[in-house]
Design a binder for this molecule. Structure first.
Ligand SMILES: [Zn+2]
Length: 415
């Protein structure tokens, strides 16, 4: 059984690396000319720069992944796992304390290992391509704040769940799901007030004319948003974005200041129209409900599997603590989850196309959105020629060149 598990892991890992390699190779080959919408925006030099940026990212990703594979092999298949499980059992007696220590220590190690990669990404890779705007001091405070918030949430959500498992051994799956669902809703309400301001400064739009345009667009789309804000993303990175968040009364539109620098107003409004499309087409609500249903199913499945007590046998072990079994189960879920990736990516791309169509209907044509996306690709050095198979499996958005052509051809349709 252990061999089968190892075989599956190596197979999935090999598949992932093969896909990366395929995509890298595809990018290096010669490409057809870009469609008209790219004229004057992206030249040979820009393309070479995009390729160099993508290649540098791939290289770092490859090293990071390879490192992760070695650690996983050592931990799960090299005998560290049962040793670690025993070690924690010796230190923490209670059920809740044992689980918290077990996962807390692992998360801490994972975070520490991630630090050099994060430093390299920000201060070498992003720096080289002119994206990094972060000072080392800001990076340190960001990291510390994330660690603190993560720690508090971990103790609250993890400790609470473990306590429920101990209190209701026959029905904990329902209780844990209910607790997490309630907490995640609560955090969604709270995050714009409590967590996001710790990292970013939100302020009203500086440009009054843009604010009028945004309000008009919201009215036209039939969306009631309390606030239209800009955020000082430029303090950290030159990358740009816009988003629309919130539930109930705390809905708000947030525009990166970098986005406002890079796009003309009418392009920015078209991008925003796309974001509103996600709201009006119910994607956000559906995603939330789907996520909760999956969580409910997962809790029940975990409960059933953990009760059946065959998990330790997968690795040829006599026994594992509850926390150890949960870790093994979630690793297994992540492994098999790879086969779900193409389906969820396809779903996401379908949503993106719907939101694009919504934007076309709202703005009257797809030209503004297309030219906005081309400019964003230029500024963000996006990769323009991914391998079609790579797109099919991983891309949450349609590939840019195809999307821009589609936007140019599409006409507004009556809903
Ligand atoms: Zn979208």
């Amino acid at each position: 059984m252990k061999l089968l598990l190892l075989g599956t892991y190596l197979l999935v890992t090999a598949l992932k690396f093969a896909l990366d390699w395929l995509n890298l190779r595809h990018r290096q080959q010669s490409h057809p000319a870009l469609p008209e919408a790219f004229d004057g925006q992206i030249d040979e030099q820009r393309m070479a720069r995009s390729d160099a940026y993508a290649a540098a990212g791939d290289k770092l990703g490859f090293i990071e992944d390879a490192f992760g594979v070695v650690l996983t092999l050592l931990f799960l298949f090299g005998g560290i796992f049962p040793w670690y499980d025993q070690l924690i059992a010796g230190y923490a007696e209670g059920f809740v304390a044992n689980g918290l220590l077990f996962f807390g220590l692992l998360l801490l190690v994972q975070m520490l290992i991630g630090i050099p990669f994060s430093l390299y990404r920000n201060f070498v890779l992003e720096e080289r391509f002119g994206f990094n705007k972060m000072s080392f001091k800001l990076w340190c405070t960001d990291t510390l704040k994330s660690l603190l918030i993560g720690g508090v949430l971990f103790v609250l959500l993890g400790g609470g769940a473990l306590w429920l498992v101990a209190k209701a051994p026959q029905s904990w799956w329902l209780w844990v799901w209910g607790f997490w669902a309630g907490m995640s809703l609560f955090l969604m309400y709270l995050s714009p007030y409590l967590i996001e301001p710790l990292f970013f400064k939100f302020s009203p739009l500086e440009k009054a004319s843009l604010e009028d345009g945004v309000r008009e667009l919201l009215d036209k789309a039939g969306v009631k948003a309390g606030k239209v804000l800009q955020v000082d993303a430029s303090r950290r990175s030159g990358h740009s974005n816009a988003y629309f968040t919130g539930i109930g009364k705390v809905k708000r539109v947030v525009l990166f200041d970098t986005l406002m620098e890079q796009l003309e107003d009418k392009e920015l409004l078209a991008v925003l129209a796309h974001e509103l499309g996600h709201w009006r087409c119910g994607h956000i609500r559906k995603r939330l409900i789907k996520g909760q249903l999956v969580a409910l199913g997962s809790c029940w499945l975990a409960f059933t599997i953990l009760n059946a007590d065959w998990l330790p046998g997968l690795l040829g072990l006599e026994q594992l603590s509850f926390a150890g079994q949960v870790l093994l189960l979630s690793w297994l879920a992540g492994l098999l989850g790879f086969f779900w990736t193409p389906i969820s990516s396809w779903w996401s791309r379908r949503d993106e196309r719907q939101a694009d169509q919504f934007a076309i209907n709202l703005v009257g044509s797809g030209r503004e959105l297309a030219s906005g996306l081309v400019k964003l690709a230029r500024e963000n050095l996006s990769s323009l020629f991914p391998h079609p198979l790579y797109v099919a499996i991983y891309y949450s958005h349609p590939d840019l060149v195809g999307r821009v052509v589609w936007l140019g051809e599409q006409k507004p349709s009556k809903p």
